[in-house]
Design a protein around this ligand. Structure first.
Ligand SMILES: Nc1ncnc2c1ncn2[C@@H]1O[C@H](COP(=O)(O)OP(=O)(O)OP(=O)(O)O)[C@@H](O)[C@H]1O
Length: 600
């Protein structure tokens, strides 16, 4: 597993940069406002001291000047708060959107999909999903911390003016703050330790509340078992974190007790000075007010320090993920981008493949030549390795050993994005993109997604015109439950939309169709497959394109130029239908005849 190197900037800077990127003006105003506002109560207490001393000494000018200044400070503070809070909320919302975009970009930018199989990456992504909110509050929390620090400094300064020894009082708050920091560390370590269990609990929750799983949950009476498994997983994750929180609380209490002793000492000290006549009544009022407010400030500082810790640990995770993405990025390509036309074809040379963090190879000793312009069928039993072969061909995974070449160029050396752009496909676990039909299909070629004529052409090539014509608003029909009045489609209808999406690129060098008709009725299946063979021939003529489909139904493979029979991760037979049927001890013929009898 790749270990990311050191990030280029610290977590605090990274968190602040997010707020500034989201809304610079709101962030700066929040800093100024939240940074200065906490000093207002200290200033007012100081003015109260002036008022008290002015009353004692009958100094009318000082009295009314101080009352006026206190009124002005309170008014300004009250007047500005609504505006500042409004901007603060705006800053948090805008930052949340920036964080989401960053996460989508980072995760979407990981080369291929192998990293999304990595449990450590999945755990970090899951934690980041949970902690996104802390990242969006980074600017806000930093402003609160700055405010607390400024207030502590001003309080210390004012106390020192009365009696320099009182300056030590705020210092007694330090152990409490350090204890809180340690407690927060324990908590976030516990969150990291329980990430896998939390991920499992999250999966169980999503399964228990999602529409697709709802049918089986009811039919099989899975609800109670699912809830019980969720309860156990959530309780496990929670117990780990709760233990850490209790440990942190004990430390906090010890720190708080130390401060309480100092607080009592300070009160005793000032009252003693007043009794001796070395401080004024105003000083006593001032010190009593400030010392009392220090305990509130301390409580706030502990909370803010906790918030800051959450922001920093979320920011560290984001930096880790970004660094990881940068470290696993493919080296600059040394081969040119594949051209628009395939001349010789694609070759597998001694390819082995093993999924990340698994001990077994699912593809072994694959040597295979797919000539340009051919229609290839990959057949085999469940788990034989058909989909994996397709994922390697499209560059979504890299071989663990051996190489795949396109017109003689090793795919690892070619620019991956350029190869993606020359391919198209419909995967077994195709996406149900809940957009309008136009955009759900058009997503197959983003530059042409808004061109209705181009989208219709793809819909027709996927033999899905009858489906789209029957929808209430044709191409403008909104699909899925994400829309208020979205049209829900059947499984087969969604697959036709996914197939139409695969047809948006007119002449790809490689078109892969993994079980393209699995959810489609047998009558439509025939029409669809002939449409594909026609399209494949056109693509072959235009771009030397290879059309490769994986299927369990061997009858669909009959017309292919090449049939690849895969069994337990190895190619066991290769050839045209007639040749394979004619071979002695042919696994293909055996399977074909058994299927023919079963479907007869
Ligand atoms: N993401 C993954 N991580 C680990 N193992 C995987 C993953 N995907 C597939 N496998 C394993 O790889 C093997 C081949 O799977 P693959 O999906 O390629 O088979 P298939 O021939 O397409 O099967 P089916 O006909 O059922 O779709 C299986 O044993 C499967 O358990």
């Amino acid at each position: 597993m790749t270990r990311p190197g050191r990030p280029r900037c610290g977590p605090l800077r990274a968190a602040l940069a997010l707020s500034l990127e989201a809304d610079r003006r709101a962030t700066l105003i929040t800093f100024v406002s939240f940074g200065l506002r906490p000093t207002v109560p200290v200033v007012i207490l100081y003015l109260v001291r002036v008022v008290v001393d002015a009353i004692v000494s009958h100094d009318q000018t000082a009295l009314w000047t101080a009352v006026g200044a206190a009124t002005l400070a309170t008014g300004l503070s009250m007047g500005s708060i609504t505006y500042a809070i409004e901007l603060n909320v705006r800053m948090i919302e805008a930052t949340a959107a920036v964080v989401d975009r960053r996460l989508m970009r980072t995760i979407g930018g990981l080369p291929g999909v192998a990293h999304l199989d990595n449990p450590e990456v999945l755990d970090r992504v899951e934690m980041l999903r949970q902690e996104r909110v802390h990242l969006s509050e980074g600017g806000d929390v930093f402003a609160l911390v700055v405010g607390a620090v400024v207030r502590a400094l001003v309080t210390g300064l004012v106390l020192a003016m009365v009696q320099p020894l009182l300056l030590f009082l705020p210092l007694l708050a330090l152990p409490s703050l350090l204890a809180s920091r340690r407690g927060q560390r324990k908590r976030s370590d516990a969150v990291a330790r329980s990430a896998t269990t939390s991920r499992l609990a999250g999966h169980l929750y999503t399964t228990g509340t999602s529409l697709p799983a709802g049918k089986e949950i009811r039919l099989f009476g899975l609800g109670p078992a699912l809830r019980e498994r969720y309860r156990t997983a959530a309780a496990d994750a929670d117990a780990t974190v709760t233990r850490a929180v209790w440990g942190g609380l004990a430390l906090n209490c010890a720190g708080g007790a130390l401060f309480a002793v100092g607080y009592c000492g300070a009160l005793f000290f000032v009252l003693h000075d007043f009794a001796r006549g070395t401080t004024s009544l105003g000083d006593v009022v001032l010190v009593l007010g400030l010392v009392t407010s220090i305990s509130t400030q301390l409580g706030q500082a502990v909370v803010f320090a906790g918030f800051l810790h959450q922001v920093l640990s979320a920011s560290r995770r984001l930096l880790w993920l970004e660094r990881y993405a940068a470290d696993v990025a493919r080296p600059a390509p040394t081969a040119p981008a594949p051209g628009p036309r395939l001349s010789t074809g694609i070759r597998f040379e001694g390819v082995h493949f093993q999924y990340p963090d698994t001990g077994t190879s699912v593809l072994r000793d694959i040597d295979l030549e797919l000539p340009a312009g051919t229609v290839v069928a990959v057949v085999g039993a469940n788990g034989a390795g058909k989909s994996t072969l397709i994922k390697l061909l499209t560059g979504l995974y890299e071989p663990t050993r051996g190489r795949i070449t396109v017109d003689g160029v090793d795919l690892r050396e070619a620019p991956l994005e350029a190869w993606y752009a020359r391919t198209s496909g419909c995967f077994q676990d195709f996406s149900r993109l809940e957009f309008t039909v136009q955009h759900s299909v058009g997503a197959g070629s983003v530059p042409h997604a808004d061109e209705a004529a181009r989208v219709w052409e793809a819909v027709k090539r996927a033999a899905a015109a009858d489906l789209v014509e029957r929808l209430p608003n044709g191409l403008a029909t909104e699909l899925g439950a994400s829309f208020d009045a979205g049209t829900e489609l059947s499984g087969g209808q969604w697959q036709r939309i996914a197939l139409a999406r695969a047809c948006m690129r007119r002449a790809p060098c490689l078109l892969v169709l993994d079980e393209p008709t699995a959810a489609i009725d047998p009558l439509a299946e025939d029409a669809l497959l002939s449409a594909y063979v026609d399209a494949a021939r056109q693509s072959a003529a235009a771009a030397g394109g290879i059309t490769l489909f994986a299927s369990h139904r061997l009858s669909t493979a009959r017309g292919a130029d090449l049939i690849v029979v895969v069994d337990s991760g190895r190619i066991v037979q290769l050839g045209r239908h007639g040749d394979l049927m004619a071979q002695r001890d042919s696994i293909y013929r055996d399977l074909y005849e058994r299927q023919a009898r079963a479907y007869a």
